[in-house]
Design a protein around this ligand. Sequence first.
Ligand code: OXT
Ligand code: ADP
Ligand code: MG
Length: 568
Amino acid sequence: EAPGTEQELTDGFHLVIDALKLNGINTIYNVPGIPITDLGRMAQAAGIRVISFRHEQNAGYAAGIAGYLTKKPGVCLTVSAPGFLNGLTALAHATTNCYPMILVSGSSEREIVDLQQGDYEEMDQLAIAKPLCKAAYRVLHAQDIGIGFARAIRAAVSGRPGGVYLDLPAKLFGQVMNAEAGQKSLVKVIDAAPAQIPSPASVKRALDVLKSAKRPLIILGKGAAYAQVDEEIKTFVEKSGVPFLPMSMAKGLLPDTHPQCAGAARSTVLKDSDVVMLIGARLNWLLSHGKGKSWGETPKKFIQVDIEPKEMDSNVEIVAPVVGDIGSVVSAFNQAMGTGWTAPPADWTKAVSTKREENVAKMAPKLMNNKSPMDYHGALGVLKNVIKEYPEAILVNEGANTLDLARGVIDMYKPRKRLDVGTWGVMGIGMGQAIAATLETGHPVLAVEGDSAFGFSGMEVETICRYNLPICVVIFNNDGIYRGTDVNGANDDPATTVFVKGARYDKMMEAFGGVGVNATSPDELKRAVNEAMKSGKPTLINAVIDPAAGSESGRIGNLNPQSVLQKK
Ligand code: OXT
Ligand code: ADP
Ligand code: MG
């Protein structure tokens, strides 16, 4: 053969990498192994950032939150069966929380799996993934890799975002095809998340209902933060003059210190409002399904803004559904409101701000106590000031008391800076979310973690040190789940909710070359966190909290079923 006439070839490995790059996906969160080790190596060589974790669940939580922060699907790459299953929890979590994510998993040989002949890591992964995600696809031929990734990307980000599973059998990677034909088979997804324009009638209906209110309330959810239309939302809220209540991860969309913020008057606004506009928030358990005691006696009218039509009337009647993407809807509101919008009655806004000031004043002295061992408020008073000083820092937060109290105490000033347990209240998101948050945004992370919560992803402190990430983990160490004081009267085993007393989590960080600090007072905590924020070095602070300070399940103890037989 004459030189230059032999066919240039490509293969499955390279087509996968090219498909990702063509669509602007430049990070992969993975755990290597058969059959995807070389894919990770080659992706890294091709300029993709490949972050290797110690457990797929953490890589998956990283990918999910990357999707939330960027509006591009976060990609998690796992090995077959056990690796896939480890990643699956995170995929289901992403779907539940409306985060765009793609779990790409290697899988074993179809012919052997389908006849159940016992292949290495044999499992029908596609069938298992299907009910737990928004869409699931398998690619069997190299020439379909382009279309497979295009479908996965579009499914993840269009409409209500969510998790997508992509099954890539081992054999696919080595399949060879003509390089030019391969290149042509790739698809750059055009307009992956098309705008969904609300109908003018629905916009008018919603504003008419809002206008009729005597005690209106706007609830902002993490869908509103996800939309990245921060200015439009601020304009709308300010133009309307309506008090707003941020859901946990919507804190900071407008600052918690904004005069219209009703976060510190939560029970008052839920009870006493007469018209409630939900923007990117669902009436799920976190809002008591829109009914019952916490919503009080006042009859409510609900307006709901959401991209998912099926969300409407899911729990209570929505008198003004507005189906569309939040950017389009809120701009339509702003336009239709013009300049002549009348603010809600002053007695209502005054009542809300009075309640808010009362609650803030009640909390203030608790945040200044300098007790040792610390209680939650003493320690959180310090961290509140850290975020005030570093409003660009991202706060990752999980635990029970550690979660619920930090949510109330720490004011957020900027959008998408608070990342927590989400809709499921899941423990284990901590280190994965912390790692992705700093990698995707370039900002430092303060991770405030219950000692139990941290345990679910604690091994990733090695990952944090390996990539030398600006993450400061503060562990609220109260010796256990909720409290460290439970006693087992039946035998010598420790009580089911307590851990080793006086554990030194800071030593874990030192084991990998990071900075470890044991802090027993608010002053020590303050010094250590400030040092970490200044240095940007991987840091873990073991904050010693009074084991008796917490309460059962934090603020959701009411969800525990009660035994009629148990003596109290
Ligand atoms: O208006 P009122 O008067 O009512 O007052 C409210 C606000 O107005 C006011 N407020 C303020 N006051 C003053 N100033 C300011 N700035 C301010 N801001 C607000 O404060 C109150 C309360 O306000 P809030 O918080 O907004 O309102 P509320 O009523 O709490 O809101 C209701 C909810 C439901 C929206 C809210 O509570 C919420 O978002 N909750 C989320 C709860 C959650 O998801 N919890 C996590 C799960 S708990 C449990 O399941 C745990 N497990 C089991 C487990 C899990 N989860 N996952 C897996 C994979 N396996 C097992 C485990 C193992 S937790 C856990 C570990 C726990 O132990 P740790 O050691 O980690 O943690 P510690 O408890 O610290 O030991
Ligand atoms: P929170 O937990 O903060 O209350 P949820 O996760 O319950 O928030 O709700 C988020 C909602 O936002 C979901 O119903 C989802 O369909 C919606 N959503 C997400 N992105 C958009 C968007 N760009 N436009 C409109 N709605 C969106
Ligand atoms: Mg604890």
